[in-house]
Design a protein around this ligand. Structure first.
Ligand code: 5AD
Ligand code: SF4
Length: 437
């Protein structure tokens, strides 16, 4: 049997795209292999949201090129995802990596089997990238990473054009699937034994299908699907978070008590320059309403430090907002200029050492909040959906609470895929330890 390997960079969207690509390859008779250098077909699913992912991609491609130049490599190398959506990257691939066999984008994933077959049949390189397809992709039969939980796309693309973000250029305009399609998919997943669904979109709150159904309506429908125990969603833009959705935290018993609500900055002036279309007061109002509707809700966020022109006072507003909200955790990022976005052209870029120093200070405050929140779970019994065995310890399993906290559980038996009660024994900044209750 021919073997494949997929290297995935970036967000859950990409992870799910990779599950779909894996499903296609298995449908074509390929078998997964853990070592990319043993694969007949290797797919690199790329990300361009920050420079770091960008550099790792070129580094890895360089490794494949070296082996090919040394005649050690006859595998088929495919590149997809957000990088080839950018014209400058298309040029770079053609110029420096012209040997890449198949290139496709975020909106032409469905073409992949045809492209791969053409490459094999003709020996010719294949290229299929569409800038802004109006077509809502047909969801394929994905090969899921987990049996007990599943990623489900509900919207594709983004219309927001935050000034730092490359996503609207790589994933195109926003499109919503139909409520009926999503609910059918969730029902099928439930009948396959899936307990938790994560509804995915760049901005799930602006879900609106052709029949006018909105996101809270979708959540209420999914809450009724038998067999599903947990519903999560990612990501929400605060500007579109409605009171109706906040109400779902009160009324939908399966909706996890967790919201990931990227704030990006605590300063209204920075938010304006980011084109986020909410300000600090509006964000705080949403947080207060969420806490009132669901007092033990866990709140996580994304924060960018060192956005062009960010002053020390503006940064201090981010620190004070983190304290006010008391985040359970936060993904923190150093601003990274992305070519083609408005902010990359702003002349008041912040020097790297200033950005880095702010980043360290921010992480200090975020970590204190995380530890404070995690410590509140000491000696409590919590329900955990177990993802699998720990790589380091064969008697340890890890999973997530309703509030998305990572829990390491010691257990002599395999509890993968189960919802178990766990008594918390130790609380740390990034995880919690416990034993089966
Ligand atoms: N620089 C730094 N962080 C960024 N993000 C998006 N674009 C950039 C950028 N140019 C972060 C945002 C977003 C997360 C997915 O990545 O915080 O929410
Ligand atoms: Fe990027 Fe903003 Fe869209 Fe999120 S909402 S993907 S940050 S443009």
């Amino acid at each position: 049997m021919k073997k494949y390997h997929i290297i995935t960079f970036g967000c859950q969207m990409n992870e799910h795209d990779s599950e779909n690509i894996a499903g296609m390859l298995e449908g074509m008779g390929y078998e997964f292999v853990a070592d990319p250098y043993e694969a007949d077909v290797v797919v690199m699913n790329t990300c361009s949201v920050r420079e770091h992912a960008d550099k790792r991609f070129y580094g890895m491609l360089g490794q494949f090129k070296k082996r090919r130049d040394e005649n050690k490599d006859s595998r088929i190398v495919c590149v997809c995802g957000c990088m080839p959506q950018q014209p400058r990257v298309q040029e770079e691939i053609k110029k420096s990596f012209g040997w890449v066999d198949v290139v496709f984008g975020t909106q032409t994933i469905g073409d992949f089997p045809r492209l791969l077959n053409s490459r094999i049949a003709t020996g010719k390189k294949q290229f299929s990238v569409t800038a802004n397809s109006p077509v809502i992709p047909d969801e394929k039969e994905p090969k899921r990473v987990y049996e007990h939980k599943a990623l489900v796309n509900i919207t594709y693309g983004c219309n927001n054009f935050c000034t730092y973000c490359i996503v609207p250029y790589t994933r195109g305009r926003e499109k919503s699937r139909s409520l009926a399609d999503v609910v059918d998919e969730v029902k099928k997943l439930a009948s396959d034994g899936v307990l938790e669904v994560m509804l995915l979109g760049q901005n799930v709150n602006s879900f609106k299908d052709g029949e006018g159904n909105d996101f809270p309506t979708l959540v209420r429908y999914i809450n009724e699907v038998e067999g599903i125990e947990r519903i999560r969603f990612m990501t929400s833009n605060p500007k579109d978070l409605s009171d109706d959705l906040i109400d779902c935290f009160r009324t939908c018993n399966k909706l996890c008590k967790h919201i990931h609500l990227p704030v990006q900055s605590g300063s209204s002036t920075v938010l304006k320059r980011m084109n986020r279309r909410y300000d600090r007061d509006r964000y705080i109002e949403i947080i207060d309403k969420l806490k009132a509707a669901c007092p033990d809700i866990a709140i996580t966020t994304d924060i960018i430090v060192g956005f062009p022109g960010e002053t020390e006072d503006e940064f201090a507003e981010t620190l004070s907002l983190v304290e006010y909200v008391g985040y359970d955790s936060a993904f923190t990022f150093i601003y990274s200029p992305r070519e083609g976005t408005p902010a990359a052209g702003y002349t008041d870029q912040i020097p790297y050492d200033v950005k880095h120093e702010r980043f360290e200070r921010l992480n200090g405050v975020v970590n204190e909040c995380s530890l404070r929140n995690n410590s509140m779970l000491a000696d409590q019994t919590v329900r955990v959906l177990v993802d699998g065995a720990s790589r380091k310890d064969e008697n340890a399993y890890s999973g997530r609470t309703d509030g998305f906290k990572l829990v390491n559980i010691s257990s002599g038996r395999d509890i993968t895929g189960q919802l178990v009660d766990v008594r918390i024994t130790d609380c740390k900044t990034f995880s919690i330890d416990g034993i089966l209750a």
